[in-house]
Ligand binder design. Structure first.
Ligand code: SF4
Length: 244
């Protein structure tokens, strides 16, 4: 029996945007591009109706995302009552891409039955101010939100570390790994910058693959993952050879 897990959201875990294709923040690497492929659910009623439709069609979970406001937050508060109804009536696994949070929002997401928060930790103040356009925020605000989520938020906090947002340079990604390792999360997700057409960074080169691997390797060391310096076709029985 081959034990392989491939994660492909598909129709069982669709995504919706509560702001449609609109994102007031307009980060230089995205400009809301990735919201365009999500189902728009601009009102709580539309979110409820969409969840009902998707659940009938076989969805088991729902990723609730959207554009962020100028404080780096997803404007999800008006949707929380309906999210509670969706959990109760359709029993979907609910994941929210929240952005920054305060204690009140973390508690309310938990009370609404949100299962997972996908949270991007950015430690690079230049990226925060100049690339994400969050003029009044700094890395400590991102750390604070992570702390709040861990303490008061939904049961599963899934930290994401974007790699290469500083014009393809690796700058503070290692620091982000260090910060996250203090929380002992159940998962650590790396996102690699890719230039997106129509954005300010469409011509920026992504980081070199060796730099990306080094960050992931560092994460692996911090989390006790065995990094095997060999081709991925190596059978498990032969792993030991490469640990010597
Ligand atoms: S906050 Fe930034 S990354 Fe998220 S949708 Fe808006 S522009 Fe894209």
């Amino acid at each position: 029996m081959v034990n392989i897990l491939a994660f492909i959201p598909g129709h069982k875990f669709p995504d919706v945007s509560i702001t449609g294709p609109i994102c007031p923040l307009g980060c230089k690497y995205c400009k809301g591009y990735y919201l365009r492929s999500m189902e728009p659910t601009l009102t709580p009623k539309k979110l409820y109706d969409t969840a009902k439709f998707l659940a009938k069609r076989g969805a088991k979970g729902l990723l609730i995302s959207g554009g962020f406001n100028l404080d780096g937050r997803l404007p999800i508060e008006p949707f929380l009552t309906v999210i509670k109804d969706i959990k109760r009536e359709f029993n979907l696994v609910i994941s929210v891409h929240s952005g920054l949070v305060d204690k009140n929002l973390a508690v309310r997401m938990k009370e609404a039955g949100v299962d997972i928060v996908d949270y991007e930790l950015i430690m690079d103040d230049y990226v925060i101010k100049e690339i994400m356009n969050l003029k009044s925020k700094r890395s400590h605000d991102f750390v604070k939100s992570l702390e709040i989520l861990e303490k008061y938020g939904p049961p599963y906090i899934a930290p994401h570390i974007p790699i290469g947002l500083n014009y393809g340079k690796i700058a503070k990604e290692y620091e982000a790994v260090d910060v996250i390792s203090q929380f002992k999360p159940y998962v650590l997700i790396f996102l690699v910058f890719i230039p997106t057409k129509g954005t300010d960074m469409e011509n920026v080169k992504p980081p070199p693959i060796t730099d990306i691997v080094n960050v992931i390797r560092y994460g692996g060391l911090k989390y006790g993952i065995k990094v095997i310096e060999a081709c991925c076709s190596i059978p498990r029985e032969l792993f030991e050879v490469f640990f010597e």
